[in-house]
Design a protein around this ligand. Structure first.
Ligand code: SF4
Length: 448
């Protein structure tokens, strides 16, 4: 039977999709890229905020139309929306044949068998206590790059966040399993870049080893031959220790790029968000990191319109963003999520004000990102080629660009380039959030 996948949401969810693909392939099913070729479709949903829930439900309805038309026979929803709403989702959506939570997707082969036998089921027990999401994967990322999920769940309990309700408490993959998976990906899949993901990667190991062991992960990965880039995403600023800063500074393979979601800067707001630190702490951490790692590129995520956020609070955040000049920034408008502490908080802000603050901040950030990108021009950089757009135009990323969330580098080349390989590129121009460059001549490829 042909099985097709739609993977929604974040990189952690994408890793789960890749594991499910490998499980079903091993069980003898054929994984197809084109949904209209699939007899069974698995929609790996996201469900932590309203927009994501709507996207998941729209996707289920859309595939439901293919089922009505007899093109698709079965539909299974997995992932966060499935975990969060379980039986209720199955009752609400007749299109679905099964709803499978994040705690059960490792049994996807058994569930597919039951569905094909005509069963309709919801399997969403509470999240597991230990890291179970492991095993072979069918990579869905472009050649040369792969996500490495080192933690699942989260203990931080930020007051606006539904993720711990869905994905449970912090669970770290063992150091041994991380080393094994990373070596396999580098040797067998020719991976050059590993992108470390989790809800809070800086908290890695606090459950299993009683303290953050991210420095040990970085050391182990750095010793893998042929691995060239280690990129760290989702660092909670409260858990960025001296040891982590030291390793980031010393280990060459750790690219000078860090993703540190700060959410806000005003102390009152940070307190009500339960971020467990104040604005001054953010300033200190960022200053120390920039002193420790030359050319450090910083990405962050902020939230506007949190209950009780005054014009003055917003101004504090705005000024901090203007002063700090993050290279990349994502901004969300607060959305009350059932089951979270902030859901019933007083001082809820109207949507118009939220949108005004969001667009004001993004307008500021657009100028900053452009200035940062212009500052990279007329330099030669190592670009990881991920795809070919036309005869002489390729798409890639430099160390200063994370996959899927930042801009890309468009590479003009008269000679063919290999996907998943690095090539030296002279950066020449900026277009929106992207950079345009030309391949450096063969004899100059040695330029460092
Ligand atoms: S760190 Fe906070 S925002 Fe991030 S997953 Fe954990 S609880 Fe949610």
């Amino acid at each position: 039977m042909n099985i097709g996948f739609i993977s929604l949401g974040c990189s952690k969810n994408r890793v789960d999709t890749e594991i499910m693909m490998a499980i079903l392939k091993r069980a003898g099913y054929k994984i197809v890229n084109r949904i209209e070729k699939a007899e069974l479709v698995i929609i790996n949903t996201c469900g932590f905020i309203n927009d994501a829930k709507e996207e998941a439900i729209d996707t289920i309805i859309e595939i439901g139309h293919l089922k009505e038309a007899g093109i698709v026979n079965y539909i299974i929803a997995t992932g966060c929306l499935a975990q969060r709403y379980g039986k209720e989702l199955l009752e609400e959506m007749p299109e679905l044949d099964a709803v499978v939570g994040i705690s059960s997707f490792m049994n996807i082969d058994r569930i597919v068998e039951m569905v094909v036998k005509g069963e309709r089921l919801a399997e969403t027990p509470p999240p597991p206590m230990f890291f179970v999401e492991k095993g072979e994967r069918i990579l869905t990322t472009p050649p040369g790059s792969a996500y490495l999920k080192i933690t699942e769940g989260c203990n931080n309990r930020c007051s606006y966040c539904a993720i711990p309700l869905i994905r449970g408490n912090l669970r770290s993959k063992s150091l041994d399993d991380i080393a094994k998976e990373a070596s396999f990906l580098v040797e067998k899949e020719k991976i050059k870049e590993l992108v470390l993901v989790g809800q809070d990667t800086a908290a890695y190991g606090m459950d299993l080893y009683g303290k953050s062991m991210l420095p040990d992960v970085l050391q182990i990965l750095s010793e893998i031959d042929c691995l060239e880039w280690i990129r760290i995403m989702y660092l909670h600023p409260n858990h960025i220790s001296d040891e982590i800063i030291e390793k980031v500074a010393l280990l060459e393979k750790v690219v000078p790029y860090l993703d540190i979601p700060i959410q806000h800067f005003a102390d009152d707001v940070l307190k009500r968000m339960n971020r467990k630190h104040n604005g001054e702490h953010l300033k200190k951490v960022i200053t120390r990191l920039r002193e420790a790692k030359y050319n450090l590129v910083l990405r962050t995520t902020v939230m506007v319109g949190f209950p009780g956020e005054t014009e003055e609070d917003f101004k504090k955040l705005y000024n901090f963003i203007e002063e700090t000049e993050f290279d990349w920034l994502g901004c969300f408008a607060f959305n009350p999520e059932e089951g979270t502490a902030a859901y019933n908080m007083s001082g809820q802000i109207d949507d118009e004000t939220k949108q005004e603050r969001l667009s004001e901040l993004m307008k500021l950030q657009k100028k900053i990102t452009r200035r940062k990108n212009i500052g990279r021009l007329n330099k030669v950089e190592n670009i990881l080629i991920s795809s070919q757009i036309d005869k002489n135009l390729y798409l890639g990323r430099g160390y200063f660009q994370a996959p899927e969330v930042d801009g890309v580098t468009l590479v003009r080349s008269e000679k063919p380039l290999s996907k998943g390989e690095f090539t030296k590129v002279l950066l020449k121009g900026v277009r929106e959030y992207d950079i345009i460059g030309v391949v450096v001549a063969e004899e100059d490829q040695y330029i460092s």
